[in-house]
Design a protein around this ligand. Structure first.
Ligand SMILES: NC(=O)C1=CN([C@@H]2O[C@H](COP(=O)(O)OP(=O)(O)OC[C@H]3O[C@@H](n4cnc5c(N)ncnc54)[C@H](OP(=O)(O)O)[C@@H]3O)[C@@H](O)[C@H]2O)C=CC1
Ligand SMILES: CC(=O)N[C@@H](CCC(=O)OP(=O)(O)O)C(=O)O
Length: 311
């Protein structure tokens, strides 16, 4: 049976990317709401209740409204917004984060697609904390850079109206209350809130997230090789993983740390750098904010839920 997919918010940044990714697919049917009715709750309710899977690419409040409009128990949901990522009854849509997560997504009725910023840090921290190499109470700071498409249609329009004057690098979340802190803490296994220090760059798409680690105070200090081996073991054991681990870094600079490197794909590469003599490590993830950070992950989750190999 062909699965019916409804993208609520299909004309926004994330929705359009999902449409493009699904355009050539023969194993699904995308059911599309007329543009002029896209904010009409009654029309949305009809599409939501007809779909096998509804992918919500909406602001948080509209995503909550969509869920409330579903009256049957057959429509399954993938929500790309922040609304349900730590909500009870929802499964976090990061298939590679541990061995059981792919099956949990496969069987879930409600999947919360992860935010773009937490995915890199969770990809490092969850397996390393589970392996006992890092403690849950580690004080963690996350920094990095994202292309401006991460800010959705409004930020894209703002940048594209005046790119010549826009700063190349702009730190934000300066109140230290970034909306991704709760999901990052919950799924990485940290006992305390990480400090997130994101920045937006004067380029459209792609991102890089970095965790600089001071490890000298730990009762047992893991070496860079141990951190690297634990990550390689973890991702090597996950069937269908789109996360891969680069060889342990030993160069002063690396062209692989280009935030735009994975643009248009759903891949993520994890890099480990270390100075064992100083008990310091630097973990850097490279991925596409609109790929593994949003639309690519949503399609990956949809494929798990309908049991498709993506053709
Ligand atoms: N951009 C990114 O990198 C990522 C975004 N996300 C999340 O995905 C969701 C969508 O973000 P993004 O695509 O960037 O946002 P956009 O602003 O680009 O798109 C949102 C879409 O939703 C529509 N919309 C707004 N309100 C309603 C409503 N009440 N009913 C129906 N449709 C509505 C908008 O229509 P109109 O434009 O006409 O108002 C627009 O088409 C957000 O929750 C965001 O947090 C998640 C991961 C990454
Ligand atoms: C550059 C930029 O502004 N990025 C957005 C996050 C985009 C994203 O992935 O977050 P959601 O899925 O939670 O919307 C921000 O930091 O708020």
């Amino acid at each position: 049976m062909t699965a019916k997919i409804f993208i609520d918010g299909e004309h926004g940044t994330t929705g359009l990317q999902i449409r493009t990714r699904l355009a050539e697919r023969r194993d699904i049917e995308v059911i599309s709401i007329p543009t002029e009715k896209r904010k009409d709750p009654a029309a949305r309710a009809e599409f939501l209740n007809t779909a096998d899977i509804a992918i919500l690419c909406l602001p948080d409040d509209a995503a909550r409204e969509s869920v409330s409009l579903i009256e049957n128990n057959t429509t399954r949901v993938i929500d790309a917004s922040t609304a349900h990522r730590v909500a009870e009854g929802w499964t976090y849509g990061f298939a590679e984060m541990d061995k059981a997560q792919g099956d949990a997504i496969r069987n879930a009725g409600r999947v919360a697609n992860p935010g773009c910023w937490p995915q890199g840090p969770i990809a490092f921290l969850r397996p390393l904390i589970a392996a006992g190499l890092l403690p849950a109470d580690l004080a963690v700071t996350v920094n990095g850079i994202s292309g401006y498409s991460g800010g959705g249609r409004t930020m894209i329009e703002d940048y594209e109206a005046s790119r010549d004057e826009a700063p190349e690098f702009m730190p934000y979340a300066l109140t230290l209350k970034h909306k991704h802190v709760p999901e990052l803490q919950a799924y990485s296994g940290l006992s305390g809130a990480p400090l997130m220090q994101p920045a937006v760059g004067n380029f459209a798409q792609g991102m890089l997230t970095a965790l600089p680690l001071q490890l000298g105070h730990l009762p047992r200090v893991p070496t860079g090789a141990e951190l690297h081996a634990a990550l390689a073991d973890h991702y090597g054991a996950i069937t269908g993983s789109v996360v891969d681990v680069a060889p342990l870094g030993n160069a002063e600079r690396s062209g692989a740390l280009d935030p735009e490197r994975h643009n248009g794909s759903n891949n993520m590469t994890l890099h480990v750098f270390a100075n064992d003599a100083r008990a310091q490590a630097l973990l850097i993830a490279v991925y596409d904010n609109l790929g593994k950070g949003a639309s690519g992950a949503a399609v990956q989750n949809m494929d798990l839920m309908i049991g498709s190999d993506g053709r």
